[in-house]
Design a binder for this molecule. Structure first.
Ligand code: NAD
Length: 495
């Protein structure tokens, strides 16, 4: 059994709390590791290490920080296969999805490499006679990052590179379910030559999170996870005077208008609903089918579902892997039954597929005639279940999105430019796709939803990330009148 500990001050540090959590290979159901869960004292040690590193790191030149960030970026590129292998081994996603995740992580590291540009500040000459005003952006101190299981390599890279590029030091608390990919990335970070303590990693659960949120030396926390925990993290962190950005769960709608390209819409719905077994915060979980598009669209989606191969993520034939745990798989399966009981039509039932091992597998499901009152619509399922809600009009589909408590992403499929443009305005969500089902912004824009998908003022990564990880300092400087200078500047005198 592999023992998984912490990485503090550039060293592997064995856990001492005596509390552990199992790590599984979800494709076989086997326990492959035992993770140490940090005590409050172990979190204190990680924060102390980051605090000690902060003074020096925050004064390292932009040139040096940039060189180190490029070196880190290159190491992640060179080791993308190994990061992806670890993702598949503990998360279960298929290799191509895992490589896609690493590419997104690299995208964010590359943005951080541009720190010279991001930290430029601003300057006004002669705000008043002889007075200049200028703003610089200074780091905060130690920043904590608390991340979910579904993107264990990418989400930490939404946070740590930008925070560190800005001159902060960082303590990462990854998900306890799949820690090996983030640990490997932190090792690569160390190998790139960053000073010890700039990026520490503690493994843990609520005990570690609570300590990070109340620790006086932690100045800010970035969180990504489910809505109840995001709400809790935001309330707890801010009550301790910290800056907090907490991204929560989602229920993303894809509106399909009657004029849409049905083939494109069906391909998109299938990849966006079932990719990574639906365990994506930007997964499409509801298709709002408007008018007569519903019948042909449901048929086109169903046809594609029959071709999906579900199996071990290490098998290149697999399109979709297992779910993260047995309990989560069973919970997701429960929604298929409850939807049927509440009046939905089960077009494809993922429970019908039998798998011949103990992996946490579930087939893909399609529910039609779902209504907003059903549990399958009201809850975030976070699995390979797609619901179709039939809407008579565009306005009804837009209202459905507006009435939903989440507002992460929303997409529209149409050939009509006017309708698409109107949807940009009407969609009550933070990220909008036009004939794009999963509109995750590139690293030089920022990511974040609205409503119960985000607690806090700033979204994550990109320019908003830089704003979150820095505080402005504004200088107002009065310069002596050059005519009174003690150095002879060659001005004519009155004599
Ligand atoms: P989760 O909320 O269970 O866990 C997230 C983190 O919080 C983990 O590090 C975990 O250890 C910690 N945690 C769990 N329970 C806690 C508690 N009681 N107190 C303090 N900390 C606690 O989420 P998950 O199951 O790992 O991830 C899936 C969820 O994350 C989904 O809801 C998904 O939509 C969401 N998510 C959102 C985004 C986004 O950008 N909005 C991105 C990815 C995932």
């Amino acid at each position: 059994m592999r023992e998984i500990h912490h990485l503090i001050g550039g060293q592997a540090v064995a856990g001492t709390s005596g509390r552990t959590s199992p790590v599984f290979n979800p494709a076989s159901g086997e326990q492959t590791g035992r993770l140490s869960l940090a005590s409050a004292e172990e979190v204190d040690a990680a924060v102390a290490s980051s605090q000690a590193a902060f003074e020096e790191w925050s004064n390292v030149s932009i040139a040096r920080r940039t060189t180190l960030m490029f070196a880190f970026r290159n190491l992640v590129v060179d080791n993308a296969e190994e990061v992806a292998r670890r993702l598949t081994a503990e998360h279960g996603k298929v290799h191509s999805d895992a490589l896609g995740e690493v590419a997104r992580a690299i995208d964010n590291i590359e943005f951080a490499c541009g720190l010279a540009e991001h930290l430029k500040g601003s300057h006004n000459e002669a705000a008043s006679t002889g007075i200049d005003v200028y703003t610089v952006r200074r780091p905060l101190g130690v920043v904590a990052g608390i991340t979910p299981f579904n993107f264990p390599a990418m989400v930490p890279m939404w946070m740590a590179p930008n925070a560190i590029a800005c001159g902060n030091t960082f303590v990462l608390k990854p998900s306890e379910r799949d820690p090996s990919a983030p640990m490997f990335i932190v090792e690569l970070f160390q190998e790139a030559g960053f000073p010890p303590g700039v990026l520490n990693l503690v493994n843990g659960d609520k005990v570690a999170v609570d300590r990070l949120l109340e620790h006086p030396d932690v100045k800010a926390a970035s969180f990504v996870g489910s809505t109840p925990i995001a709400r809790y993290v935001y309330a707890t962190g801010t009550s301790h005077g910290k800056r907090v950005q907490a991204l929560g769960g989602a229920k993303n709608h894809m509106v399909v208008l009657p004029d849409a390209d049905i083939e494109l819409a069906a391909d998109s719905a299938v990849s966006a609903a079932y990719g990574s077994a639906g365990e994506r915060c930007m997964a499409i979980s509801v298709v709002a089918a408007v008018g007569e598009v519903a019948d042909p669209l449901v048929e086109a989606i169903k046809l594609r579902m029959e071709k999906l191969v579900i199996g071990d993520g290490t098998d290149s034939a697999s399109d979709m892997g297992p779910l993260i745990t047995r309990e989560h798989r069973d919970r997701v399966a429960g929604y298929i039954g409850s939807a049927a009981e509440q009046g939905a039509t089960v077009v494809v039932d993922g429970r019908d597929i039998r798998f011949d091992n103990d992996g946490f597998f579930l087939g893909v499901s399609l529910l039609d005639n779902v209504t907003a009152e059903m549990d399958a619509y009201r809850d975030e399922i976070f699995g390979p279940v797609l619901s179709v809600v039939r809407c008579e009009t565009y306005a009804e589909a837009v209202q459905l999105i507006a009435d939903n408590p989440w507002g992460n992403g929303a997409a529209i499929f149409t050939r009509d430019g006017g309708a698409a443009r109107q949807f940009q305005e009407d969609a009550d969500a933070g990220m909008v796709g036009i004939n794009v089902p999963i509109p995750v912004p590139v690293g030089y824009h920022s990511f974040g939803g609205w409503k119960d998908s985000l607690f806090g003022d700033t979204t994550m990564y990109g320019p908003e990330g830089i704003r979150f990880y820095t505080r402005p300092k504004v200088m107002t400087a009065r310069w002596p009148d050059p005519a009174t200078s003690t150095v002879d500047l060659g001005f004519p005198t009155n004599e």
